[in-house]
Ligand binder design. Structure first.
Ligand code: ZN
Length: 308
């Protein structure tokens, strides 16, 4: 190639142009997080079980590696609760909670996903480990990937990343978090909760909660326009029974305290709460796209929600 003025100029331009940072999570790590959390080794992560404690350690280590701050000793918020049905008190269940201070606002975006599942149970086709790959290793893995993204790309608003325990026992970790929250609850602009985000045969994921928080809908519509999976709204109308997801996962505890919420999740599938909710049955492509859609949604909320 002859070095003409034009080629030299083009080369200089190429090497000096700022490389636009990709707004994506790390797909490879995302899948590795899910694979580990949903592995037989963790035996379904039932609250207070060995597998649940192994999951906690993984989360604490990861938050620590990312250099997140926290308001709790070693990222761990301990709590107790009573299970009325079993008439049993559970002690020392643990939420793993990290914090990133915002560039320009002390107002908070609280990102949540439960890491517990139902453990070992009734055998189905010879398998008794309820791995909870979609429910909710998927949301937990996404939370870790989001924490990593925002630890490298500081947000405008402060963010709390809360991996919650004992959701399967009645949103207990979320209830404990809102009762012992490090800031006044009215400092929270929105709770973004994720529970089951790794598969759907129709290529759809829901953002439930815009019925209660209609101001958030146009922000999410604009941020996700043209993306796959397709972002659906709904499952949040009063008096629609189980079709109303307002209390179906941890965001319910925030809703009860008057905190706005958006819940990302898919409709139930054939492996829901079965031993077959395992790694081999998630849809990696759907999962990558869903996690990145959630990232884009949070970036838009961070950009557009008030700073004061
Ligand atoms: Zn769940």
């Amino acid at each position: 190639m002859q070095l003409t003025f034009k080629t030299i100029f083009t080369c200089i331009l190429f090497f000096t142009l700022p490389i636009a940072k990709a707004q994506t999570v790390d797909n490879e790590k995302l899948l590795l997080h899910l694979e580990y959390l949903a592995s037989d080794e963790l035996k379904g992560r039932e609250t207070l079980s060995e597998g649940n404690i192994a999951a906690q350690k993984y989360l604490v280590n990861y938050f620590s590696t990312l250099g997140l701050e926290t308001h709790y000793p070693d990222f761990q918020q301990k709590f107790s609760f009573e299970n009325r049905r079993e008439k049993k008190t559970y002690q020392d269940a643990i939420n793993v909670v990290g914090f990133i201070g915002g560039k320009s606002s002390r107002k908070l975006i609280v990102i949540t996903a439960h890491y517990d599942h139902v453990g070992i149970g009734k055998k189905h086709s010879g398998d008794s480990i309820y791995n909870g790959a979609d429910d909710n290793a998927s949301g937990t893995a996404t939370l870790l990937a989001l924490a990593e993204y925002f630890s490298k790309n500081r947000p405008e608003h402060s963010m709390i990343f809360a991996s919650l325990d004992a959701e399967e026992m009645g949103l207990q970790g979320a209830k404990a978090l809102v009762l012992d929250f490090p800031f006044p609850l009215d400092q929270i602009l929105v709770n973004v909760n994720m529970d089951m985000v790794s598969r759907n045969d129709e290529g759809e994921i829901y953002a439930s909660g815009t019925h209660q928080n209609p101001n958030l809908k146009p922000i999410l519509e604009k941020a996700t326009n043209g993306l796959t999976p397709k972002l659906m709204f709904g499952h949040d109308l009063p008096n629609t029974g189980s079709d109303n997801w307002t209390q179906s996962s941890d965001h319910g505890a925030f809703y009860d305290k008057g905190v706005p919420h958006i819940y990302f999740g898919v409709e139930d599938h054939k492996d829901y709460h079965k031993p077959s909710d395992e790694f081999k049955n998630i849809q990696p492509e759907f999962f990558f796209n869903a996690a990145n859609l959630i990232l884009k949604s949070i970036l838009a909320l961070d950009r557009e929600l008030p700073k004061e």
